[in-house]
Design a binder for this molecule. Sequence first.
Ligand code: ATP
Ligand code: MG
Length: 563
Amino acid sequence: MKASRLLMPTLREAPAEADIISHILMLRAGLIRKLAAGVYSYLPLGIKVLKNIENIIREEMDKAGAQELLMSALLPAESYQKSGRWDRFGDDMFRLQDRNKRDFCLGPTHEEIFTETVIDSVHSYRDYPFTLYQIQTKYRDERRPRFGVMRTREFLMKDAYSFDISKEGLDDSYKAMYQAYKNIFDRMGLNYMIVDADSGAMGGSGSQEFMVISDVGEDTIAYCEKCRYSANTEKAVCLSGNKSTEEMLPLRKVSTPNAKTIEEVASFFGKHEDSFVKTMIYKAGDKHVAVCVRGDREINEVKLSNLLGGDEVSLADPDDVVRITNAKVGFAGPFGIGIDVICDNEVMNMRNFIVGANETDCHLENVNPERDFTPSIVSDIRLISAGDICPVCGGEIKTAQGIEVGHIFKLGTKYSESLGLNYVDENGKENPVIMGCYGIGINRCIAAIIEQHSDENGIIWPAEAAPYKAVVVPVNVKDEVQMNLALEIYDSLEKAGIQVIIDDRDERPGVKFKDWDLIGIPVRITVGKKAGEGIVEYKLRSEKEYSEIGSKEAIQKAEAYIL
Ligand code: ATP
Ligand code: MG
């Protein structure tokens, strides 16, 4: 490719709309342009990267024995109505009607459609197992599209679905995808962690996320360096800790005028927040519950929702809190509250703590659960934090931010049961098919790679992802000797099957170098004054130094590096 023919609108300045490195560099390097919030166009260099990522994924999925197919993005409502997700997706789903007023959506994910396709295709146990996948556009009307292509409303996903007739079969299919994902993310040059993930209240038996470690990641990962336990904090297990050996003191009501927040109450009593138990009133479906955790802890709403059967949970309206507690907001407690009390497991091991008294300006001191009240449910419902105890080995938990690039999930029979995907076994009996699903966000992978591979001059692509692998830069395009040698190198690289650019633009070398550093081409071969002696400059984007070597050697080195 000649640089003079390439649409590569690089920008010198960081555009105001972008605030993270990958977004800034994708705009500056001319990979993408924004059309609307969470909607992007891919320019020629951008689509090359996208295709490279697709190819890595396609190769590894094929190698793992999965079969590619392609579903429509325009999908009839009925499929999602049957599974219940037409309602559950809410405003996240892009909906539309055809000319006959029939409801459709733009597919946010395709479990239903794959399941129905298999229903229509095979029936006997002999036809199983198999894994299907597609690389296709998804639509989600995200509440907060942001960070460039990291979270968009239209994005490419590789979604795969496995179909088995035994639990062991599902385990094997899941393992094959797990290994394929490792190969995929290794080839992308990503530094990632594989973490236990939440699988919802009824969402099957196992789920893991592939998290790219990055400060801009929206997920928090809890991990232990000692035993390598790692989990999304949504999922990470919190232990109850040791039982306090303090003597139980007499229960006491204390007047606490104007102290409402946990900080205010703590300073009133002159105690640390961990001497308190806070009680939060939640709305879960159509009922209310009181949730108690230690004063310095956070409630994990994902765990709470799972505990309550998958209902969406949110903090109760202040009016409801007043009605339920018979007090102003800020004085809720577990005593005589008239709704179910859910206690975090840690609270049960505490002694002599302070709670709200369900009476304005009053708290109760020296509360002891084994003596004073019985919760309706005791469970792990708090969010893990750095410094907590590892649930596996007792080591110390650390936390890091992660970008979720992939998710693998044992669905079990959730969709086969709701949609009626059965196989007929050897005895002529019908049983539900056991499914798994496996997603990778393709656009998000590009952003994640850049977050981990850049410097002050621009992107540093791992060779497999790079839009072009090498660039040949004649310093003076009007110098015939330089231009001829540059073309010779260009031709041999191209013949070797390397995607290569020749920078035939009549620009100063500094301008050219800046562009290729920004775009992140892995290998640069500069042909300058020593062209007559057959000597060129060979430089890798990932290294600061260049070497002066013969043109033949430069070609060999480039081939060895790229191929
Ligand atoms: P998130 O929690 O980030 O919203 P998700 O749990 O909704 O992700 P899945 O439904 O599991 O994601 O989708 C599979 C993959 O698709 C994710 O691992 C992620 O890489 C990608 N993905 C999901 N939503 C988006 C989006 N809005 N923009 C770009 N990629 C996305
Ligand atoms: Mg999402």
